[in-house]
Design a protein around this ligand. Sequence first.
Ligand code: SF4
Ligand code: SF4
Length: 333
Amino acid sequence: MKLDEFTDARPYQIMCLICRLGRRGRAAYYFEGRLDGIQRKIRQNRDCPVCLRCNVESTFKFQNPGHKYDTPEGKLFNIRRDLTILQKLGLLPGSIIPAADLIKRFVRDGISSTDGVCGFGNNAIGCKFAKSGNYERGIKICYDSLIQIRSEDELAECKTHTAKKLYSRKRLDIRPHHLMCIGCVAGDKKTEDFKYLKEDHLFEVLEICRNNPETPIKLISGPCMICAPCPGYFPDTGFCSQNFCMGLRDQKKDIDVLVSLGLNYGDVLPAYKLFDLLFEKISSTAQICGFGNAIKTGPAWSICGGENKLDGSLEFKKARKAGLGIKGVKRRK
Ligand code: SF4
Ligand code: SF4
């Protein structure tokens, strides 16, 4: 998709779209045709880039869309509503974000109610739908309703058949930071204590490496063999859309792992050598997943393992100490 194919939307229109999903009855929303158009594009393509434009007076004025789609509550209400939404989402005017990521942002840590955004407890002018409960109903169903997802049945079937395939592979193709995730889920557990996860193949890969430490692992970019049954992974595009902008920070983690190990995408090493090198060069998840200082610099850059936790994941440390239970991997303090 070219950059000029993005969908323009006022921040409030995304909120109204969600609100309309929770509508009971047929009361008309403002600019229904516009909402229909945005909805159609998002439903057709979960990754379609949405550009959030609103009218401001600052240096962000370059992206002002004009007042054509202002609703009748007045100019001040319209400007404030858009800015309040962006402030709550931690986004900027002119942000262009893939639809699935954007809807996730509204749902998780985003905006759960109209209160203070387009509806108010006092006599201040608010939207006619603000107290209808429509938005509060809509936010609960909007992701599944707007974004094409994989059904529970499909995911369960995928888990079974891709796990089976994995055990017969001669080589494993793994994205670099997932080698660390294996440490985080396994810690110092014995194979008989594994609780295989329905959303990935982390334990399966470790089991294969324990059974045969010589198993070649190729380092690849983007989602890997571990991702197949994850609800955030979409086989049709090959993209991960698990959490807000997850693909971005995962790419950064992958490259940071490669740089730490002095390796590159495409390199192939026996499992025991690769894990040994990993634990030699990386002693804490804070180094990679905390981006060095464990500080979240924005909504896209969340810290797996916890913000401000310079120690990183305890389970990873246990895994390092136990050499992940793989023969040939040194046990480290
Ligand atoms: S209550 Fe808020 S979200 Fe719902 S239609 Fe009105 S402005 Fe849009
Ligand atoms: S902290 Fe890092 S290594 Fe551990 S599970 Fe999260 S992303 Fe994976």
